[in-house]
Design a protein around this ligand. Structure first.
Ligand SMILES: [Fe+2]
Length: 248
């Protein structure tokens, strides 16, 4: 077992241990999060900076609309994290930002190769020395587990944020579901699988928003009105693209 896998396992066991202590009422949830969560967030994982994320996105020749989509997913994930991190100090905000920007890092290539972009995106990042970020990317389509815990995990935030962005637009879960059904539900079994996944995602949404001072619908209004040009201009600068390039 690699050192990374050992750390991951240790982190998971620590979270489960904390949750058990809450269950038997040995600790209240805030104390547990402070004791165990703070430890998780201080574990130093290598995380690429925003500029390094942009450099990898250019290197992988990401299609313009996937770049814009990834920036929107990052906007949703960051907005949620900014609120959640106050109470859930175990969340690593830098890791969430990087994983959101990079979650579709191999998707453009997958159109030619047919590869599973969640798996190869994860491998790409592991090879670059970012296995923890890769682990979040691997779970952006389907989570390893849909826990009933009230303590949100980084992977859940990335997974949920991706399901709130249709192309470059922030939408509600139902609208995204309609699109996925139309595009991927070719057979009855596909349809069944998608509905099941969506049910789990709805539960996830309820859990994420249970302590937030705004509703899932509010995110559309707040973030769709934001100016995206600043991030796009920075991306163009890093990638040495013309300012009249398609991406804007
Ligand atoms: Fe995506």
């Amino acid at each position: 077992m690699s050192i990374y896998e050992k750390l991951r396992l240790f982190k998971k066991r620590l979270t489960i241990f904390g949750e058990r202590l809450i269950k038997i009422k040995f600790l209240n949830s805030m104390t547990a999060v402070h004791l165990f969560g703070s430890f998780n967030s201080t574990m130093t994982f290598l995380v690429p900076t925003k500029v390094q994320c942009y450099q990898m996105m250019c290197e992988m020749k990401m299609m313009d609309h996937i770049v814009v989509h990834s920036m929107q997913v990052c906007r949703v994930a960051t907005y949620l994290t900014d609120y959640l991190v106050g109470e859930h100090t175990h969340l690593n905000a830098n890791m969430i930002r990087s994983a959101a920007l990079l979650h579709d890092i191999t998707k453009t290539r997958s159109f030619n190769t047919g590869e599973d972009h969640a798996l190869t995106g994860s491998q790409f990042l592991t090879d670059r020395g970012y296995p923890e970020v890769g682990d979040l990317v691997r779970q952006h389509v389907v989570l390893d587990e849909y826990a009933a815990s009230k303590i949100p995990a980084e992977a859940e935030i990335i997974n949920y944020a991706d399901k709130r962005v249709l192309h470059d637009e922030i939408v509600d879960l139902d609208r995204r579901l309609d699109y996925i059904l139309e595009r991927y539900a070719k057979k009855a079994e596909h349809r069944k699988r998608i509905y099941l996944l969506w049910e789990k995602t709805k539960h996830l949404e309820n859990r994420i928003f249970s302590d937030l001072p705004f509703s899932p619908e509010n995110i559309n209004q707040i973030l769709n009105a934001e100016d995206r040009l600043v991030d796009l201009a920075e991306y163009q600068r890093v990638c040495h693209l013309d300012s009249d390039s398609e991406v804007v």
